[in-house]
Design a protein around this ligand. Structure first.
Ligand SMILES: Cc1ncc(COP(=O)(O)O)c(C=O)c1O
Length: 361
């Protein structure tokens, strides 16, 4: 067996649409992008969606559009990918790192309240692994303190909070279409969604040299555009997203069942959430031994993420975040993608069982 952690989907329809774009001779700012943005906004149930070059640029552009800069503070979880925080640093703002909720691994709202200062301008909650944050509580805190909320939905395409989609839960939301995500553009790409037309217009301008006409630059922007080729692929992938997420949930249910009596902790789904399992992450005491046993059995695993942001060499922070610091040594991501077969899921689970029942094997 050879079971990868994640796997991209490519079919003849995607191959054909790529050829169509090549033959069109039109590679940026065209109909494919317009269609993808319209359908993605419809999917998230937001007024607007702006296609951009990556999830990282979506976050950077959102901060820029909100006017966040020098000396401002932005509250972020530390247990996430670096791009949740790095755009703030590039703009001269300071990320303030918060600990996570011990059950969902997402930012702890009580921690947000503790970290608010007169300089705080925004909160970036991350819907980590595909489970949304508790957004009503976070939005209430933001409202009370006059803060912006930028959802980092880079791992949560199609996730639901109460009856609303990730992407429609804050002032702006940012998605990544990096190849391993729940949907991809088979390269780099991203999207910013919002109900605020003024913000959507600013993000669009900032991503395209701040212009309104070819050589008239009203804002100081850069080039963070999404290509027609990537948009066309994204459009095809979006059509499968609900079915893929359903399969991810089925696989998670299988893992939960097959691993339930072992000495490890499986992911939970809050009653108000619909998890889309970008990652299926367990916590286990002897992580390295288990990962190495699974490797021998042809099963790839991952660690998302081994070093929290406040402990990264490029970040200067001496904050202490006990739950994050404890969890990063025990988390292990198991293979999770819609193309996994039931037999493969059973093989992964039985291999984990073999190791857990006899760690010396
Ligand atoms: C939580 C989170 N934020 C931001 C990003 C950045 O997205 P991208 O890789 O498309 O720049 C990612 C993707 O890797 C992510 O997982």
């Amino acid at each position: 067996m050879n079971i990868p952690l994640s796997k991209m989907y490519v079919d003849d329809k995607i191959r054909q649409v790529m050829l169509d774009v090549l033959d069109s001779g039109h590679y940026i700012k065209g109909q494919y992008l317009e269609d993808f943005e319209r359908e993605f906004a419809r999917f998230c149930n937001t007024g607007f969606a702006v296609g951009v070059s990556s999830g990282t640029s979506a976050i950077l552009l959102s901060l820029m559009a909100l006017g966040i800069g020098e000396g401002d503070e932005v509250i972020v979880p530390s247990h996430t990918f670096i791009a949740t925080a790095s755009p703030s640093i590039f703009l001269g703002a300071n990320p303030v790192y918060a600990d996570i909720d011990p059950e969902t691994y997402t930012i702890d709202p009580a921690e947000i309240e503790r970290k608010i200062s007169p300089r705080t301008k925004a909160i970036i909650p991350v819907h980590l692994y595909g489970h949304t944050c508790d957004m009503d509580i976070i939005n209430n805190i933001a409202k009370e303190h006059g803060l912006y909320v930028i959802e980092d939905a880079c791992q949560a395409h199609g996730a639901i909070y109460k009856d609303r989609r990730a992407g429609s839960l804050g002032d702006i939301a940012c998605f990544s279409f990096y190849p391993a995500k729940n949907m991809t553009v088979l390269g780099d790409g991203g999207m910013a969604t919002t109900d605020n037309e003024e913000l959507a217009v600013r993000i669009r301008m900032l991503a395209d040299h701040g212009r309104t006409e070819k050589y008239l630059h009203r804002l100081l922007g850069l080039n963070f555009r999404l290509s027609e080729l990537n948009a066309a692929i994204g459009m095809e992938q979006l059509k499968h997203l609900d079915a893929w997420n359903e399969r991810r949930r089925e696989i998670a249910g299988k893992y939960n069942h097959l691993l339930s009596d072992l000495e490890l902790i499986t992911p939970i789904e809050k009653e108000w959430a619909r998890h889309v399992y970008y990652m299926y992450v367990i916590r286990v005491k002897e992580r390295e031994g288990l990962a190495s046993y699974l490797r021998q059995k042809g099963i790839q695993t991952g660690i998302h993420y081994p070093v929290p942001l406040h402990r990264q060499p490029c970040v200067q922070s001496d904050v202490h975040l006990p739950i994050t610091e404890e969890y990063v040594d025990h988390i292990l991501s198991l293979p999770m993608h819609p193309q996994l077969t039931d037999t493969e899921v059973e093989y992964v689970a039985s291999s984990i069982r073999e190791y857990m029942e006899n760690p010396a094997c």
